[in-house]
Design a protein around this ligand. Sequence first.
Ligand code: MGD
Ligand code: MGD
Ligand code: MO
Length: 763
Amino acid sequence: MSDERDPKIEPYKGPAGGWGSVKSVAKILKREKVPIPSTVKELWRQNKPRGFTCVSCAWPQPEHPLTFEFCENGAKASAWELTSLRVTPEFFAQHTVSELRDWSDHDLEQAGRLTHPMRYDHASDKYVACEWEEAFAAIGEELKRLRADPKSVVFYASGRASLETSYLYALFARLYGNNNLPDSSNMCHEPTGVALRQCIGTSVGTVVLDDFEHTDCIFFFGQNAGVNSPRMLHDLQKAAKRGVPIIVFNPLHERGLERFTNPQSPGEMLTGHETPLATQYHQVKVGGDIAAIAGLCKSLLALDDQAQRSGAARVIDQEFITRNCHGFEEFDAWLRALSWADIEAASGLARAALESAAHVYAKANAVIGVYGMGLTQHVLGEFNIFMVANLLLMRGNIGKRGAGICPVRGHSNVQGQRTVGIADDPKLVPLDRLAKQYGFEPPREKGLSTVDTCEGVMNGTVRGFIGLGGNFLRAVPDQERVQAAWKNLRLTVQIATKLNRSHLINGDIAYLLPCLGRIERVIENGKPQVLSTEDSTSCIHASVGKAEPASQDLKSETRIVAELAKATLPPNPQVPWDTWTNDFATIRDAIEQTFPEQFKDFNRRMWQPGGFHRPNPARERVWKTDTGKANFIVPPSLTATGFADAPDRFCLMTLRSNDQFNTTVYGYDDRFRGIRGTREVVLMNAHDVARLGLRDGQLVSLVADADDGVRREVRGLRVVSYDIPRGCVGGYYPECNPLIALSHYALQSKTPAAKSVPVRIVT
Ligand SMILES: Nc1nc2c(c(=O)[nH]1)N[C@H]1C(S)=C(S)[C@@H](COP(=O)(O)OP(=O)(O)OC[C@H]3O[C@@H](n4cnc5c(=O)[nH]c(N)nc54)[C@H](O)[C@@H]3O)O[C@H]1N2
Ligand SMILES: Nc1nc2c(c(=O)[nH]1)N[C@H]1C(S)=C(S)[C@@H](COP(=O)(O)OP(=O)(O)OC[C@H]3O[C@@H](n4cnc5c(=O)[nH]c(N)nc54)[C@H](O)[C@@H]3O)O[C@H]1N2
Ligand SMILES: [Mo]
């Protein structure tokens, strides 16, 4: 690994995709020692009808897939799961848990796939092998004891488990007696659900793949498609080739949004042909999108005034607004009262730049607004989303072909987990129907979100934690403080494919339960089973794993959840855990019974090429909001950061590199950003570097600028002069997570504000 840890920082000149992408995939296939022929066969099956759904991002699979419907990062994610490396009981016999805590995130996961259920033994500080029955019985016993206070146990889910497993998991928690079902969405697109329900009456985006073929303008806010949803580049490339303008707002010049060479096109690869993507690129300040979009909307009003004066066609779609919307007058008045000086200061963008983007918007008939973590992870994250909706509603760009709002989801089934009941907010779940279907009284009280869970662990009210995947302790804010309190838990159970840091900080009773991954064959009751997932566009499809399991001792996640429930809960003939796990199709029938409108004819329709779409009222211009209309919503401030500027205060955004999937670090190269061999960097504007008297390569600390008396510090970060707006700095997630105060979150959804963390730079 030493060759990789030699830091090199120099601008990357290539496009997204291209040969760089091929080389990067080849490197990981080699390192994971995957058998090449069978891996290529699996990659060929990725995102295909009758194949498996990629375990990386949630971008939809087209009805007519390419020969290889995968991307650089999807291939890496598959190789990471198909690896021939193994973490066996012998591995655990050789290393104490304390010793493993000194390993990096990369080295822990790189060690290979977990093969056997393990129990933590305090005396030897080691994980020791145990039998499945023993694990289920011991965990069940402890869960029964903790049920004296059913709210003391948390059921976390990370966003990968199938619809079938997720449905059973949510039911388990409710039968146990709580709605403590936080999931990774609480750190991710929770503001999307909360905001879209208020403004357009649905908790998900309105765009489907077909809209990309019929759009005539795309706006991109804070989403890095080239790294985090690279298959989307194919749709963007097609749009760009049709001459569709793509307008980007991002503090960084992300290469994946600038130009692309399609690695699946021999012609493009041989000639080095690059398709330029963004037609305008606006380097907005971190947290400056409310102001930027306000500038766009204000410009539209000016164009509309001008049109009315000259008798030309209106720029604002007044007819749409009158028929469909509420609150436009107030929004209009707010925009008119704003000064351009304030908009420029808060967005960091010039009036002329915003006006030129507004001109393009005004000419387009069907516009898509795409966004990601750059909008959600702020104190005013929900208001960022309201502003995108406001912009789209001004010209009737929701509920027509080629137009709509497009939150790009993270984990491959994170949206689906919510759909089938993994939700801490019981209002989102048809509890009455569950009560009838299963003959019990479901808990009605709001459950714990991710941040609530951390608070509960710190104040002692949470006693037990079950993790269905994920790396909770590495993904959450205020990492060091949460980790310190974690050891006081009575029970920690982690269901996982690979070893990570969250498995090394344990409660009194701790188990590590290894499961099959989605690419692998699932046999239950002697028969192969099929799973299903929901993508970013609310499209549901079957996923068939065929690869040889990493170990004979693995169980499916579905089986593990059912066995834990059986060991914990009194028998209930209305809840047929065994029937369900013997035939997953019966779980889909149960899902259909609970959600008949969403999952009509589930077992048949999931096989349609490209899947089937859940109904989405906003797409039909039916607005299920409190006013019965689509609501224009005025934000309380022009910046989303939640804090004021101060002389030595910087706004830190925590970033993903091109070589990671969340807390899974594949390697130390962030190719597109020109950073190689290290993740310990702080990206700074050259003027700020000079102003503070620093130099490139110098090691500094970041110190959180929160006034709650807690010292939060990350040391040893290398200063890198970078093209980033002044006053803003960038660092990697999860390394910078100790800097985020638990109380620093999006106000309406409690999503940690990981993109605008107030920090100081200390030498
Ligand atoms: N390969 C790979 N794929 C992934 C993941 C991964 O880690 N690796 N993670 C998955 C998950 S769970 C998720 S949620 C998604 C995440 O995918 P994205 O939503 O793309 O998330 P990030 O990479 O965290 O940040 C997105 C962009 O926001 C920009 N940004 C930061 N602050 C602001 C701001 O204030 N305004 C604007 N306009 N932009 C801003 C950053 O420069 C960055 O380009 O990807 C999923 N797919
Ligand atoms: N500072 C900062 N913090 C962030 C973010 C940020 O941008 N900045 N992003 C947030 C976001 S968007 C998210 S989604 C969260 C992610 O938080 P999590 O979802 O908790 O974390 P992951 O890194 O995705 O989890 C990786 C682990 O999942 C397990 N795993 C992988 N595949 C499977 C499987 O098929 N089954 C099971 N049971 N386990 C599996 C492996 O053991 C692996 O180690 O982090 C959040 N935290
Ligand atoms: Mo996410």
